[in-house]
Design a protein around this ligand. Structure first.
Ligand SMILES: O=C(O)CCC(=O)c1ccccc1C(=O)O
Ligand SMILES: [Mg+2]
Length: 368
């Protein structure tokens, strides 16, 4: 298998509604799409989930463009490979820049699956025919607005509700949500908005029978998370803290968390995601697939990964229509009763639409 041409596209798509986390708000989603073609003109697709600004991690779509253009693409163009695992091996000399690596690697994984004539899910070793999904709700202007949204999503059948929290929008909010939705599977995501000084406040969340609290403390801190986990009944789930298999191993050994959120981009690709998945399975740590407000391409990658057997908790990969007026793929991702049917066609199983992609492309460059 060989990638003989790469088309890199800078995309800009407006989300239906702004998304607010403890770091701020945005509505225009900019990201990179990477199309990798083989010598027969077959394309595999990858998406970089790096945002316009480095609030979630240190990467941005411009740093990703730089890494791809100046290092990753030259390293991998025209390189003969037997298996997509060789992408991360080849790039292992590059420190971090996981989202940039993952964009290329995801495209190679799709190409590999297409060449074998099997769905990406199967190529990864996944077995599920359908997957359970939840939904992540950003910080709202009022509790009433939040309750209305939750009501809507519960009626649509989403299997669990995740509420973003931050100081000043936490205990009282979760109390109201629990009061109105006593039976819903519920969790909170803090995106690192707290420190150990907030331990008493975080302990109050134990009242609400949450499935987990996601990334309460700093993005690089598994020591304090271990201290916090010892004090909480609610399981801690790590998101931003886990960049690799090694991070996952250390967090599990320190008992910094009881659950891990795997995001393909954050850990540098599908090969590393699988390794983390397998480790967690061995250690009895459930995993679920996080979301980065992806277009259909990244969404399709998440769906394929989620078919692995230790993805036993609903992920954040909601329906295309939750984010976009029009997604880049045909068909779009749809959710019925909180389930997504895993496509049976080779590769991603969703066809990227060149017409729609063109409409949202700010800039593109071809490498061969
Ligand atoms: O709906 C999604 O794609 C996930 C939404 C979400 O929670 C999120 C969105 C952007 C960046 C980080 C996160 C997160 O999981 O922390
Ligand atoms: Mg998170």
């Amino acid at each position: 298998m060989k990638v003989t041409e790469v088309v890199l596209r800078h995309m800009k798509m407006r989300m239906k509604a702004p998304f607010t986390t403890s770091f701020g708000t945005f509505q225009d989603k900019e990201f990179l799409l990477l199309e990798a073609k083989d010598e027969n003109g077959v394309s595999g697709w990858g998406e970089s989930v790096a945002f316009h600004s480095p609030w979630y991690n240190e990467e941005t779509l411009k740093t990703n463009w730089h890494m791809l253009e100046d290092f990753i693409i030259p390293n991998l163009l025209n390189k003969e490979m037997q298996h997509p695992d060789e992408v991360s091996e080849t790039l292992s000399y590059i420190r971090k820049n996981n989202m940039a690596k993952s964009a290329f690697e995801g495209a190679v994984w799709e190409l590999y699956a297409k060449q074998k004539g099997i769905p990406l899910a199967k190529a990864l070793g996944g077995t599920a025919n359908e997957i359970e999904v939840g939904i992540s709700i950003g910080i709202q202007d009022s509790i009433d607005e939040l309750l209305n949204l939750i009501d809507e999503y519960v009626k649509e059948g989403y299997k669990r509700i995740k509420v973003k929290i931050k100081p000043g929008w936490d205990v009282e909010v979760m109390r109201e949500v629990r009061k109105h939705f006593p039976d819903v599977a519920l969790m909170a995501d803090a995106n690192s908005a707290y420190t150990l000084e907030d331990i008493n406040l975080l302990k109050q969340l134990d009242e609400f029978d949450l499935m987990m609290i996601e990334q309460p403390l700093a993005s690089d801190d598994i020591i304090d998370h271990a201290v916090l986990q010892r004090e909480l009944i609610t399981p801690v789930c790590l998101d931003e803290s886990i960049h690799s298999y090694e991070d996952a191993r250390k967090a599990i050994e320190l008992e910094s968390c009881k659950i891990i959120n795997i995001k393909i981009g954050r850990v540098g690709g599908l090969t590393e995601s699988k390794k983390i998945h397998d480790l967690c399975q061995e250690r009895g740590i459930p995993v679920w697939c996080g979301g980065m407000l992806e277009s259909g391409i990244g969404r399709a990658h998440n769906i394929a990964l989620t078919t692995l057997s230790n993805f036993i908790m609903p992920g954040d990969t909601a329906a295309s229509s939750r984010y976009w007026e029009k997604d880049l793929i045909d068909p779009e991702v749809t959710v019925e009763d909180g389930m997504i049917k895993v496509p049976g066609k080779p590769g991603l199983g969703y066809e990227p639409s060149y017409e729609t992609i063109k409409q949202f492309t700010v800039f593109e460059k071809s490498f061969s």
